[in-house]
Design a protein around this ligand. Structure first.
Ligand code: FAD
Length: 317
């Protein structure tokens, strides 16, 4: 302040306003707060576009330790886990941009834990995109009582860490990868689809027609329903979601039973498998996936291979 006043004074400019400012401590504090918030908003604005944010996963093929900082119960057996992305070497809190996972859209991370003396590893797709919650990623995980990693996660307490590795997976989504994407998901198989849908809908240059058939046992099992509704609204006709329940409640207007060929036919593009570059994505419990493969082959789609590749018309996660 003194320096500015001296320079302006030397230039012959009236500096009485500076004297007034200096005499009012609260004005100084106010200026400091405004300057700080301006600085912080600049940091977060640049965070949004992610320049210089370190992508943590590709920095090492070793495991990273992510700390559980928040857990929100979504239903009797499903929770949202918010993890802190470990800070890279040289990170200066408040000054360096918060790190990101660096996970390409459509790919997943692996969580590992030692359970009964054995290293167990499972795949999970974060529901947050890079930079969406600066310095953090979210997982929505259903706990199976007999499960290994899902049960392990459910027993983690805040402040404990989990070993994370990645990115992995053969699918990588880019805008306009396909003119039409038909996604068929069961239960927690929604998470890779959700990530792709979110990235696509948020991109005004993406023209992909998105169709999702989402199957669950009970209405309570439907994950990310409000979020999907919001995306459907935002997509203005580019995204259509069809919910299917094994045990529908009264007045249910979605599909009932298992996902049938007729449902697929209704949501595939006109011309079905013949539509060039159109794709079908599958993720769900193995019995459902086997049934979907049979349905798709019956409709003229190629049988998916044991290990899907990005260029396949039917991709199984
Ligand atoms: C690409 C990809 C992304 C995934 N993302 C997520 C995600 O975001 N969130 C999530 O919750 N899961 C996700 N999964 C599933 C996840 O990888 C695990 O399979 C799941 O958490 C169960 O692992 P577990 O170690 O707890 O159970 P496991 O040790 O594999 O299984 C033990 C027992 O648990 C029960 N069980 C396990 N899975 C199922 C099932 N699907 N249906 C019925 N019973 C089952 C069975 O009783 C089984 O015998 C994803 C899978 C893939 C392939």
């Amino acid at each position: 302040m003194k320096l500015i006043r001296d320079v302006l004074g030397l230039a012959g400019i009236d500096v009485s306003v500076f004297e007034l400012i200096e005499s009012h401590l609260y004005i100084k504090v106010g200026i400091l707060v405004v300057a700080l918030s301006l600085g912080l908003s600049l940091v977060f604005a640049s965070q949004k576009n992610l320049p210089n944010a370190v992508a943590v996963l590709p920095t090492s093929s070793d495991f990273h330790h992510a700390k559980l900082v928040q857990k929100v119960h979504l239903s009797h057996n499903t929770a949202l886990y918010r993890f802190q992305i470990p800070h890279p070497v040289g990170h200066m809190p408040g000054l360096s941009p918060e790190p990101i996972l660096g996970l390409p859209i459509g790919q997943h991370i692996s969580l590992t834990a030692e359970i009964n003396g054995k290293e167990i590893q499972r795949k999970y797709t974060p529901t947050t995109l890079d930079g969406e919650d600066p310095g953090h990623f979210h997982l929505v995980v259903k706990t199976y009582d007999q499960g290994n990693i899902s049960k392990y996660l459910s027993l983690l307490t805040l402040g404990q860490t989990v070993k994370v590795k990645g990115p992995s997976g053969r699918f990588k989504y880019d805008k306009n990868l396909a003119p039409h994407l038909l996604m068929i998901a069961g239960g927690t198989g929604i998470t890779p689809m959700y990530q792709i849908i979110k990235a696509s809908v948020q991109d005004p240059e993406d023209k992909t027609q998105l169709r999702l058939i989402y199957a669950n046992v009970n209405q309570d099992d439907i994950l990310l329903r409000d979020e999907l509704k919001g995306l459907e609204r935002k997509a203005a006709g580019r995204l259509k979601v069809h919910y299917v329940l094994n045990n529908p409640p009264e007045k249910w207007t979605g599909g009932t039973g298992f996902v049938t060929s007729d449902m697929i036919e209704q949501y595939m593009p006109e011309g079905g498998p013949k539509v060039e570059k159109s794709k079908v994505l599958l993720c769900g419990p193995p019995p459902m996936i086997e049934a979907m493969k049979r349905n798709l082959v019956g409709l003229g789609y190629p049988a998916p291979k044991a290990l899907s590749k990005l260029e396949d018309q039917v991709f199984n996660f």
